[in-house]
Design a protein around this ligand. Sequence first.
Ligand code: CTP
Length: 393
Amino acid sequence: MKKKKIIVGICGSVAAFKAIQLISDLYKMDYELEVVMSESASRFVTPLSIQSIIKKKVYINVFDDDPDKITHIDIVKNADLFIIVPATANTIAKITYGLSDNMLTASFLAATCTKMIAPAMNVHMYENQVTQKNIQKCKDLGIMFIEPTSGLLACGDTGKGKLANQEDILSYIEYALSPKPLKGKNVLITAGPTIEEIDPVRYITNHSSGKMGYALAKAAFNLGATTTLISGPTTLKVPLGVQFIAVKSSKEMFEQCKKLYTYQDYIVKAAAVGDYSPIHYSNEKIKKKDSTLNIELKKNEDILAYLGKHKTNQKICGFAMETENLIENATLKLKSKNCDMLVANSLKEKGAGFQGDTNVVTLLFKDYSKKLELMDKNKLAYIILEELMKCGG
Ligand code: CTP
């Protein structure tokens, strides 16, 4: 498969040094890269630093052209994305009006790919009406905009103007480069553990980190879906563009699923839902007394089974976490919960399970199954969604 090609343009801002880390990450992610800098950017960071990372020339001067090509036209050919990071007020103003007075602005004007800017500047420059109007004009021109964050700026002022953080910029890039087969579709993902409270201090939960569910939500959004993530408590950051509903107990998760499932085209139930919860919640802390303590539990609603029973056109994917008889148990769940697809994994397999970044799964369908190799949960998320899209034609 052809590598995606990204052009990175760097402007003269104190934040220019952050572009180096971004370029290094993109390089390791195996994108084809071209880097252009404004003259002033080259005062903040040296082209040599970047050339050493990408192993090719960094372009600054339009008149430095190789004799056999017109560089500012040539380098943007077949590009998939042009991102200016950091983008200064000056360069934003220039691209707004189609100026092309240096290598960066000339190549940006010549590019026909998706374009994106990530500004960084002083808060007053950012908030100035002129800059705001120029930013609006860029958005109207279809240039994607990565909002700067607030904080202490290099000039000593505090306010909005800090370059967005690296992780967010990478998320925007991933979104911009993904195909959109789920455009116009609604996808609901559940993730994380649930917690069932015993008293104000204690609760019953499980080891789910939510990583698989969050990776699915991120992938669904990148593929163009209107994505809702219902999640039990986790430490994870809500993925870019995802509508987020925080819940605690399995009852709360059930209520939210019931409210939303009719609007969905696809539902993926990656959450590790608690099967039982205490019959009585104690309003006061339960004091230590006898040598044993019995907490009576009642069975919770099986959310997936409910959705499987009441579904109309929704395609539903369940999960099965097993410690023995993986395929037999998972096949039973697929059938009894009326799923279109089920992702089965064994806690006993190396690289599978709750907390890690990888998983080893078998995908079960109504009449066949597919064992997948060990892989990163982010990659697996795309495969699960692709397979679910294929279910039922
Ligand atoms: N699930 C659910 N509601 C529950 C329990 C499970 O929606 N009350 C869903 C999970 O989100 C998962 C699937 O059912 O998609 C299977 O969950 P799992 O814990 O593997 O199995 P259980 O059905 O709970 O059965 P058991 O614990 O006996 O293996």
